[in-house]
Design a protein around this ligand. Structure first.
Ligand code: SF4
Ligand code: SF4
Ligand code: SF4
Length: 299
C-alpha cells in the first residue's frame, strides 16, 4: 500500500486538453444530461473493528478530519471520560467512544468490573441501508464497492435519511444544508489506497478489506479470544438478523451493544413502512368501493 502511495505521488499532474470556447460551453450545458458509464462492480469492501485492541488515541478521528478536510467541532469539555467529540455529526464522520466500567470497591477482584471499553464508531455501510431506501432524490447510492455513499450535490436536505438510520450516523449540515457521513474514503479506494482512518490506527483495531475476508478474520479472532479466556467476545453486525441486514462495517464487542451506544436489535424502519403502504392501499380501495356503492344506490 505504501508503494502505491509513492507511485501516485510521482505521477505527472496534467490538466484537461484545451477546448474551443464554443465546445467548452456546449460541453458544460449538455454534461448534466449525459448518462455516464457505470463503474465495474468490485468486491464489497468494509471494516472489521476489533474494539479489544483500541487504545482510544483518536488517531482515526483526526485522520478522517484531515483527509476529508472537515472543520473542527470546537474545544469543549464534555465531562464524559476522554470523549469530548460526543457524537457523529455532519462534520465528524468518525467518533471514538469511551465507556468506563469501574467498581466503587477500592480493591475489586473482578477485572470485568474494572475496565475501559473504547470503540471507534462510524457509518456501518449496511447492506440494505435504510438511509438509502428513504432518500427521495437518489442522492444516496451504493457504489461499486457496495459502500453507501451520499452525493451531497444531489441531496435536497430533507433529512429523511437522518430519521431512517437506526444508528444515528448520518446528519444534516447547518452550513450547506446537505446530509453527510463517512464515505468509506471512496476517493482513496478508487486510487487503490486504504481509508485514512485504518491507515492511521496504530493498533490495527480498524481492519479494512474485502468483507468476506474480514468476516473470516473476525471469526478467527473471536475464537482466539475465547481460547484466551475472553469468553464475552462476539461479533456485532457480521450477519443478517430477522429485522436488519448484515453490516459491511461490523464490530467485535465484549459487552452488550447498548453499552457501546449501539441498538441491541437494530430494526429497519422499511419493515414498518411495508405494512403502512399495504394499509394505505387497502384503505384507498375500500374508499373507492364505498363511493361506487353510494353512486350505484343514488342512481
Ligand atoms: S449506518 Fe446509517 S447512515 Fe450508515 S449506511 Fe446504515 S443506515 Fe445509512
Ligand atoms: S473511511 Fe474515510 S471517511 Fe470513513 S471514517 Fe474512515 S477516514 Fe473517515
Ligand atoms: S486509531 Fe485505532 S487505537 Fe486509536 S482510537 Fe482509533 S481505533 Fe482506537
Amino acid at each position: 500500500m505504501a508503494s502505491r502511495e509513492k507511485q501516485l505521488s510521482e505521477l505527472v499532474q496534467t490538466s484537461d486538453p484545451p477546448r474551443s470556447q464554443l465546445a467548452e460551453l456546449v460541453g458544460r450545458l449538455t454534461y448534466p444530461f449525459l448518462r455516464g458509464e457505470p463503474p465495474e462492480p468490485r468486491p464489497a469492501t468494509g471494516f472489521f473493528t476489533d474494539t479489544t485492541v483500541c487504545i482510544g488515541c483518536k488517531a482515526c478521528e483526526v485522520a478522517c478530519k484531515q483527509w476529508n478536510q472537515l472543520p473542527s467541532d470546537g474545544f469543549n469539555w464534555s465531562g464524559n471520560s476522554y470523549d469530548n467529540t460526543t457524537e457523529l455529526s455532519a462534520s465528524t464522520w468518525r467518533h471514538v467512544k469511551f465507556v468506563e466500567q469501574f467498581s466503587p470497591d477500592p480493591a475489586p477482584t473482578d477485572p470485568v468490573h474494572n475496565r475501559w471499553l473504547m470503540m471507534s464508531d462510524h457509518c456501518k455501510h449496511c447492506l440494505a441501508a435504510p438511509c438509502h431506501q428513504a432518500c427521495p432524490t437518489g442522492a444516496i447510492i451504493q457504489n461499486e464497492f457496495e459502500n453507501v455513499y451520499i452525493q451531497a450535490d444531489i441531496c435536497n436536505g430533507c433529512s429523511s435519511c437522518v430519521a431512517a438510520c437506526p444508528f444515528g450516523v448520518v446528519a444534516r449540515s447547518d452550513l450547506g444544508g446537505h446530509s453527510h457521513k463517512c464515505t468509506l474514503c471512496y476517493d482513496r479506494q478508487r486510487d487503490g489506497l486504504e481509508p485514512a482512518c485504518a491507515k492511521a490506527c496504530p493498533t490495527q483495531s480498524i481492519h479494512f478489506g474485502p468483507v468476506d475476508e474480514l468476516r473470516e478474520h473476525a471469526r478467527q479472532r473471536v475464537e482466539e479470544l475465547h481460547r484466551r479466556g475472553v469468553t464475552d467476545a462476539y461479533l456485532y453486525g457480521d450477519s443478517a438478523t430477522d429485522t436488519y441486514s448484515e453490516l459491511h462495517s461490523f464490530y467485535l464487542l465484549v459487552d452488550r451493544p447498548s453499552v457501546y451506544g449501539l441498538p441491541d436489535d437494530p430494526f429497519n424502519p422499511w419493515l414498518h413502512m411495508l405494512g403502512d403502504y399495504a394499509r394505505s392501499i387497502a384503505g384507498g380501495l375500500a374508499a373507492i368501493v364505498v363511493l361506487l356503492v353510494v353512486v350505484f344506490l343514488l342512481r
